[in-house]
Design a protein around this ligand. Structure first.
Ligand code: ADP
Ligand code: MG
Length: 211
């Protein structure tokens, strides 16, 4: 991964969030407060503005992700802003100033971001959160990287795993976040944060051309 791929990824995420804003809102209206679409569209819209529209140019891959994370933390309220924001900050901090990051190095950085997410949100797989998409995506990327796959192949595997994880949230009962207030009534609905997380990994696969 180089800085151009990192910027393109953020750009793709912003497009996906804006394209799917209404759908994310519908999902969150069913088991939350209906703001997830607006949160993601506003947050990644601000990221796009910062990275592309004359904002300070973030030179390295790590800096791009740290800038993304701090923008999300400051622009997005709710649970998802600090969670996504801190995850991107952790991803950026795990990447040193090398011009290019190879596939195993990126797997390590994704693992650092997952650790941050879990530390902050205290959710485990099965709680019906973004972790249910993120954890399998990380695992798939990591396993692909360590069996010698190239970046695009690993990103594609991560996107597929994130989407499977997203769908697997439907029968789960929420144990974290707003949806947990619904108890058993949270069953039968797809988690909005797991859905936006799947968009994040699909956007990466698309940017590498491995769709
Ligand atoms: P809010 O719940 O504050 O309205 P959003 O609607 O933007 O924030 O985000 C909701 C999503 O955040 C949920 O669908 C879930 O995936 C995620 N989430 C909520 N709490 C947690 C947590 N403790 N750990 C991980 N993810 C969480
Ligand atoms: Mg919400």
């Amino acid at each position: 991964m180089d800085a151009s791929l990192a910027r393109g990824w953020m750009q793709n995420i912003a497009s996906a969030m804006s394209r799917n804003q209404e759908y994310l809102t519908t999902l969150d209206a069913a088991i939350g407060d209906g703001d997830h679409g607006a949160n993601m569209a506003r947050g990644f819209g601000a990221v796009r503005a910062r990275l592309h529209d004359g904002g300070q140019p973030a030179a390295s891959v790590g800096e791009i992700f740290v800038a993304t994370g701090s923008t999300l933390v400051s622009v997005v309220g709710g649970a998802s802003g600090p969670l996504f924001g801190s995850a991107f900050q952790a991803l950026g901090k795990a990447i040193d100033r090398d011009a290019e990051i190879d596939t195993p190095q990126f797997a390590v950085a994704l693992g650092a971001a997952l650790q941050k997410l879990q530390q902050l949100g205290a959710a485990v797989p099965g709680d019906k959160t973004m972790i249910d998409a993120y954890a399998p995506a990380f695992r798939a990327f990591h396993d692909a990287a360590h069996s010698g796959a190239d970046f695009g192949t690993a990103a594609h595997a991560a996107a597929e795993a994130a989407e499977a994880g997203m769908r697997a949230t439907i029968p789960m009962q929420a144990r974290k976040g707003r949806a947990s207030y619904l108890g058993l009534r949270s069953i039968g609905h797809q988690d909005p944060g797991a859905t936006s997380t799947a968009y994040v990994f699909r956007a990466l696969a698309e940017e590498t051309g491995a769709v």
